[in-house]
Write a protein that binds this ligand. Structure first.
Ligand code: SF4
Ligand code: SF4
Length: 298
């Protein structure tokens, strides 16, 4: 079975316990204002074009109607681009590259297996991330199953917005869930992410009932989901599940997504303040929940 991914990153230390190999899949059902992996949103292969890196050499011109030179400047018309990748092969400046590759799960697992010696010494394994793994449910389950048969444990970074059957099956394979909770207030969640949180919260509680290992991740975005009332609702939400999750981790907003949004032709959401400076006050607000609160990267 095939999976479409945009990166297989080795030696990851923030995507679960130990040293991990993370498979970043294409496609996400949410539309978070602050997404720092905008190249994951579309399920399709697409082109990334960093105008800041482009030297204007013109080596990418002549393969199609999407790229042309107008008044001495490179013009890229995304609507005419088929993502064939010919231009990327000609660009020495790494200004343009293909984002998305479709491969059989056995080929992906072969790449993951290269890091097995590191899993053994660190307690790590494979992480499937995104995008949202549930968008490619069958392939992801096949990959996790094959990893397990090879003695590799799996974790999954998920927004929780997918079919309950998918999550149930992944849990039965012993998957550790790094489960995003982006807020409790329904209307705010809809504005911030494009969907109501009901299904996300129901899937979480289903996984808890199934005895799954869960780490909650909370992307907190200044001015979007970090008001006193947001934090109070979040604290109550955690408290109600306090002995049922390993710990909860604050994910402060960072600005890496800004340039990438422009590079994949999406609107740049600007400005959002970096969250690092607020993380300790957020932690103080959530500690009363009785759940261990960590801050990503600390
Ligand atoms: S990916 Fe192909 S179609 Fe798109 S701009 Fe490059 S050469 Fe043209
Ligand atoms: S080959 Fe690369 S650097 Fe040269 S014009 Fe095209 S995108 Fe720019």
């Amino acid at each position: 079975m095939n999976l479409t991914y945009f990166n297989i990153q080795r030696f990851c230390i923030h995507d679960g316990p130990g040293i991990r190999t993370t498979v970043f899949l294409k496609g996400c059902p949410l539309n978070c204002l602050w997404c720092h992996n905008p190249e994951s949103k579309s399920r399709k292969t697409e082109m990334i074009y960093y105008t800041s890196k482009c030297t204007g050499c013109g080596r990418c011109i002549g393969f199609c109607d999407a790229r042309s030179i107008v008044d001495g400047h490179i013009v890229y018309d995304r609507s005419k681009c088929t993502a064939c990748g010919k231009c990327a092969g000609r660009c020495f400046a790494s200004a343009v590259r293909v984002c998305g590759k479709t491969e059989d799960t056995s080929d992906i697992l072969a790449e993951v297996k290269k890091d097995v010696p590191f899993y053994k010494t660190s307690g790590g394994g494979m992480t499937v991330s995104g995008g949202e793994p549930s968008m490619q449910a069958d392939g992801v389950l096949e990959l996790i199953r094959a990893a397990k048969e090879s003695g590799i444990s799996s974790a999954m970074e998920t927004c929780g917005f997918g079919s309950p059957d998918f999550f149930r099956e992944a849990a039965a394979l012993g998957t550790l869930f790094l489960y995003d909770i982006k807020g409790v207030d329904r209307e705010k969640h809809k504005v911030n992410t494009g969907v109501y949180p009901d299904r996300i919260h129901e899937n979480l509680d289903m996984l808890i009932s199934a005895g799954a290992e869960i780490i909650i991740r909370m992307p907190l975005i200044p001015g979007k989901n970090d008001s006193e009332s947001d934090l109070s609702l979040l604290s109550d939400f955690l408290a109600a599940r306090k002995d049922l999750i390993r710990y909860a981790e604050i994910m402060p907003y960072h600005e890496l997504g800004r340039d990438k949004n422009a590079a994949v032709g999406r609107e740049v959401y600007d400005p959002i303040l970096p969250g690092k400076q607020f993380s300790h006050s957020w932690k103080d607000s959530l500690t009363g929940s009785g759940v261990e609160i960590r801050i990503s990267g600390e």
